[in-house]
Design a protein around this ligand. Structure first.
Ligand code: ZN
Ligand code: ZN
Length: 396
């Protein structure tokens, strides 16, 4: 053990010098540079994350804040005490070339089956013997560096109890992880605008009908009502409608704003609302009913979340029961959109603009892969290390 510890401390010293704050692009999602986190072991034997590496000899890991995967340099996984990844433990037949590259710059890694330990193969670099664990694999082996795994158990249980009680009343989903990074200013501004629109219409300053989307009115006079494709998003029917939309905007929007950047996030929101409005006008039979609310725009944000964070888990109470389950976001969002589609076709209730939800969702589904491609290129450029000088010299 002592040998490992001393090797570890040497490892982390040289690592600090070579890979300061941020190292390479996440080999799994490629949406973020790996970020160093420091862990120390408590008296109880648990590893906890510390903010500043002031204390004695922390263990430095590189993690991805988007997909929660983690890179373990040689020996780190064993030091944390999860598993010993040893070439001997895996049968040679299970070793295949992975399509992911070593974040230390050694090219494609090897994918390694760990029968009896994990169902999915892990990636290992043949050169530096570092190991990559995806978020769910790492969760299975250790909760040490995720937020959920920190703090005393009693506090975690108390928090979970409060969430459960609130969910029984509201039936709303809650993110288990995926904390916000940076301040989601656009989300806050949009919530402020939604609130202002609602209060001004309640106060009678704006007559919401004038700003609502009405299919029949648009058909008669398109030039004078074209602005309603944007304005309808900022008015709500009642407090419940407003608070529900604001909650979903915050729940899914904070992480998406961080990932997209502010300008693209605004484009997503407004564009989804616009396309949602167009689809509603084109397909809905409710041509005389005024449509208001940001749900079409928020559906676009939800679609972006489906692409970007499919495996983040949400707490959800099964409707009409006290049973709380943890489900991946992709399950929640697909169930949600299928429900919208079924209701759009079969529901006769005119007070729900199902098609605007579907249109907004479709816009988010189409826009997001394009944004993610841009983001991957941007991160790759940011972490780019000058090519091996030897090779480039040969080329000259
Ligand atoms: Zn990642
Ligand atoms: Zn390597």
């Amino acid at each position: 053990m002592d040998a490992i510890t001393s090797k570890m401390s040497q490892g982390s010293c040289s690592e600090v010098a070579l890979f300061p704050e941020v190292s390479a692009q996440c080999p799994a999602c490629r949406l973020h540079a790996l970020v160093s986190i420091q862990l120390v072991q408590t008296d109880g034997g648990n590893w906890i994350q510390i903010e500043h590496a002031a204390t004695d000899d922390p263990l430095t890991l590189d993690t991805c804040p988007i997909c929660f995967g983690a890179w373990f340099d040689r020996g780190e996984l064993a030091a944390i005490g999860d598993i010993e990844v040893d070439q001997q433990t895996a049968p040679p037949s299970s070793k295949e070339v992975s399509f992911r590259t070593c974040p230390r710059g050694h090219g494609l890694m090897q994918s390694l089956q760990m029968p009896g330990v994990l169902r999915t193969p892990i990636e290992r670099c043949r050169t530096c013997e570092g190991v990559w664990l995806d978020g769910h694999e790492r969760r299975k082996l250790a909760l040490a560096s995720t937020r959920e795994g920190q703090g005393p158990r009693s506090r975690q249980l108390a928090r979970r109890g409060v969430i459960w009680a609130l969910q029984l009343v509201t039936q709303l989903p809650v993110e288990v992880e995926n904390p916000e990074r940076g301040t989601p200013w656009i989300v806050y501004c949009l919530v402020g605008l939604l609130l202002a629109g609602f209060l001004l219409s309640v106060a009678g300053v704006f007559l919401y009908r004038n700003w609502a989307l009405i299919g029949g009115r648009f058909a008669i006079n398109p030039v004078h009502t074209v602005h309603t494709f944007v304005t309808y998003q900022f008015f709500h029917a009642n407090w419940l409608h407003l608070l529900g939309n604001a909650y979903f905007l915050y729940l899914f929007g904070d992480n998406i704003e961080y990932l997209f950047g502010r300008l693209r996030f605004v484009l997503l929101f407004v564009g989804a609302g616009l396309v949602g409005g167009l689809l509603h006008v084109a397909l809905s039979s409710a041509t005389a009913t005024p449509v208001i609310g940001a749900s079409g725009a928020i559906a676009g944000v939800m679609a972006a979340y489906l692409w970007s964070f499919p495996n983040v888990r949400l707490f959800q109470v099964i409707p009409f029961t006290p049973i709380q389950v943890k489900i991946p976001a992709w399950v929640y969002l697909i169930v949600w959109v299928v429900f919208q589609a079924i209701m759009a076709v079969f529901s006769t209730a005119l007070s729900f603009a199902w098609y605007s939800h579907l249109g907004g969702f479709a816009f988010g589904l189409l826009l997001t892969p394009w944004v993610l491609r841009w983001r991957r290129r941007q991160v790759a450029r940011a972490v780019e290390v000058p090519a091996h000088t030897g090779t480039s010299m040969l080329g000259v």
